[in-house]
Design a protein around this ligand. Sequence first.
Ligand code: SAM
Length: 282
Amino acid sequence: MELWYTEQHTQNVRFTIKVDEQLYNGQSEYQRIDVFKSKEFGTFLTLDGLMMVTEKDEFIYHDMIVHVPMATNPGIKNVMVIGAGDGGTVRELTRYNGIENIDMVEIDKMVVDVCREYLPQTASKLDDPRVHLYFEDGLRFVRSKENTYDLVIVDSTDPFGPGEGLFTREFYGNCFKALKEDGILVNQHESPYYDEYAQAMQRAHKRIQEYFPICKVYQAHIPTYPSGHWLFGFASKKYDPVTDIKEESWNRLGIKTKYYNTDIHKGSFALPTYVKDLLTDT
Ligand code: SAM
C-alpha cells in the first residue's frame, strides 16, 4: 500500500509527498511531532501537520536566514535564536569563528530530542560549546534582555499555536530592546502568495516597522513550504542589507554554501511588484 503525507496549504490546496515510512509520531506539551522518510525529500519533520524541514531543501532556508545578516555585519559575536529546534540555523551560525555566543530559545525540548535522533544533518552542531540551549517561550525569554545581542534570528512556526506570540508588537519591541545599537533582527516572514499567509506577513511587517528604522523583506524559493515562495524579514538599527553588504569580507571567509552567495543576497531583496504592493498597502 502506498503511503502519502498530505498537508493542507489553503482551504482549496493540498500538498502531497509519497513517503516510504513514518519514523516517529508523538505529542508534546505544545504540538504533534511527526517524522517521515521519503525518496524525494529525504527525512522530514512536521509539527501539527505543517512542514518544518526536509533533508533535501533545508539548506535554502538555513542559508538565507543566517548568511544574509552575517554578510551584512561579519562582526556579529552574540546571537539569540528563537525556535529553530531542528538545529539547522545554529549549524550555519557555528561556521563563523567570530561568533562567541549563541543563545537558542526553543519552547519544545521534544522537538530538539526528536531532531537529534532523526535529523542529525540539521542537529549536528547543537553541542558546540558556544551554543546555550534554553527550553523556554521566546516571548518571555526576550523580555528581560537589554542591549545584549548583535543579531536575533526568529526561526519559528507560523503565527498560531506556540508561535503566535512571536508575531506580536510586544515581542518585536522587546527584540529591539534586546539588540545592541547596530543590531539586526531576521525572522521567517511567511509567504506572500496565499491570502492567509500574506495577511500574516503584512501584519508582521507593519509591527516591525513600528520599532526599526530599516525594515526590508527578502525572498527565497523553498519547494516544500506553501506556494514555494517564502519571505524573510530583515530589520536593523543601522545596517542596510543591500548597500552595507560586506561582500569581500564575506567571500574571504571561504564559507562554502549551496544556496547563498553574495549575488543572491543582493538579488533576494528585489521583490515582485505584487509583494511590494502588499508591503506598502498595510
Ligand atoms: N524552518 C521552520 C519553518 O519556517 O517552518 C521552522 C523550524 S523550527 C522547528 C520552529 C520551532 O519554533 C519549533 O520547534 C517550535 O517548537 C518553536 N517555537 C514555536 N513557538 C515558540 C516560542 N514561543 N518560543 C520558542 N520556540 C517556539
